[in-house]
Design a protein around this ligand. Structure first.
Ligand SMILES: [Zn+2]
Length: 327
């Protein structure tokens, strides 16, 4: 990293980096709560979601304040979810990983921005089953804009454009095929834009391992939820068993982990594509659509796959040499 700094100064810089990451995480909490609701992320300042009391700066310090307040609002005593400090800790951890990879550099700042946007998208998808266009398009534009600097895995603008095009085309095609074959929406359009953004960041080849990692983990979690009884399958949904003929790379935002058929979601699911197309879509469907109870959204797994490939590609390629083809 930065061996020319003494160990004490090095530790100080690492602490500073972690604090910066926690502040980024704190901002992500705001983004996660407000972007899906269409609210400003700047104004007004943070308020208690129950009593609307503005939160003072000393009660709004990342992680520390949550611990000091023992997870309760100072004014009304409402419980504050442990997810707030968890997202702040994730931000700190991401900043430290990125600092270890790039030191204090432009490349580190660019990667932190990219990773932060992905983390926000993952949590928004968990909450709302939506990947807002304003964020996926920002990831896509950012990936293309910074590509000529040569500090992203795509390395060149040309690769970034190929990757974005391939991500969009391949996933849109899969979604269309899945819809024809399964007679219901297999893939949300938010996933398509997210994959285009990942393609702009990584270039075309790494998209395959990213989608593979996402699908495998999505299946494992989907099946685990079933096994834990959280996902009692609907009447028409047989238990996993052999996977249905369409390839298991089709789980969608509005869909489910592969191997977890959720026929009960079918009637509502068709509306989701419009909803996820965002601009110009019928706003009425937004209220009508109810996430399938037993499924998991795919966005968080795409984000996990992307971060794993970004940070652990070398390790993964050593374990599975075939992955070297995509590095
Ligand atoms: Zn309160």
């Amino acid at each position: 990293m930065t061996p020319e700094l003494g160990p004490a100064l090095g530790a100080l810089v690492a602490v500073w980096v972690a604090l910066l990451g926690a502040v980024v995480g704190s901002f992500l909490n705001v983004v996660i709560a407000r972007v899906p609701a269409g609210e400003s992320i700047v104004y007004p300042g943070s308020r208690c979601p129950r009593c609307r009391t503005p939160i003072r700066w000393y009660d709004n310090l990342p992680i520390v304040s949550w611990l000091a307040l023992r997870a309760r609002c100072r004014a009304c005593g409402a419980r504050i979810s442990a997810r707030y400090p968890a997202v702040e800790a994730l931000g700190a951890a991401a900043a430290l990983v990125i600092y270890a990879r790039h030191g204090l550099s432009g490349a580190a700042a660019v990667e932190l921005a990219f990773v932060a946007a992905l983390l926000a998208l993952a949590f928004i998808d968990v909450d709302t089953w939506l990947l807002p266009n304003v964020l996926t398009w920002a990831v896509l534009a950012f990936g293309i804009l910074v590509a000529p600097l040569g500090i992203t895995p795509a390395t060149t603008l040309r690769h970034a454009l190929y990757g974005a095009g391939l991500g969009f085309a391949a996933f849109a095609l899969l979604g269309w095929l899945g819809e024809r074959l399964l007679k219901k929406e297999a893939l949300g359009f938010g996933d398509v834009w997210l994959l285009a953004g990942l393609g702009a960041w990584f270039g075309p080849l790494p998209l395959l391992p990213v989608v593979l990692l996402a699908s495998v983990q999505g299946s494992v979690v989907g099946l685990a939820l079933l096994a834990m009884g959280k996902g009692e399958p609907g009447p028409a949904a047989p238990l996993p068993g052999p996977l249905p003929p369409p390839p298991p790379l089709l789980p969608g935002d509005g869909g489910e982990a592969p191997g977890e058929p959720t026929a009960d979601a079918a009637p509502a699911a068709q509306e989701q594509e419009q909803e996820q197309a965002g601009a110009g879509a019928a706003p009425a469907s937004e209220q009508d659509w109810v996430p399938p109870k037993h499924a998991v959204p795919f966005g968080p797994f795409l984000v996990a796959g992307a971060l794993e490939w970004l940070w652990l590609a070398g390790l993964l390629a050593r374990a599975f040499p075939v992955l070297r083809l995509f590095g």
